[in-house]
Design a protein. Structure first.
Length: 92
């Protein structure tokens, strides 16, 4: 098999920038987001990694919320339509 040189072929970009799933870099101190369906151990580890990368501090808590027009609202675990997940707060 002989491989031939080609010209005029554009080089693909080195890295495709994709949107991150969680908005760690957008949080201001005191702000939070809710990750529905996330597991506390996984999210705590991920928040720690993102905190080191971004030089920020995060706190995580397992919680249940209801989805409303204005966003996720904390609720009792036995409430109808309650979704378990993890809340992530920026603390520093």
């Amino acid at each position: 098999m002989i491989i031939e040189a080609q010209s005029g072929v554009t080089q693909p970009p080195k890295r495709v920038i994709k949107r991150r799933r969680y908005p760690f870099d957008e949080l201001e101190i005191g702000y939070m987001f809710f990750a529905p369906g996330a597991k506390i151990n996984s999210m705590t580890s991920y928040a720690s990694t993102q905190g080191r990368r971004l030089n920020m501090k995060f706190s995580t808590r397992a919680m249940t919320c209801l989805e409303r027009m204005e966003g996720w609202i904390p609720c009792n675990p036995d409430a109808e339509g309650a979704v378990a997940g993890v809340g992530v707060w920026r603390t520093g």
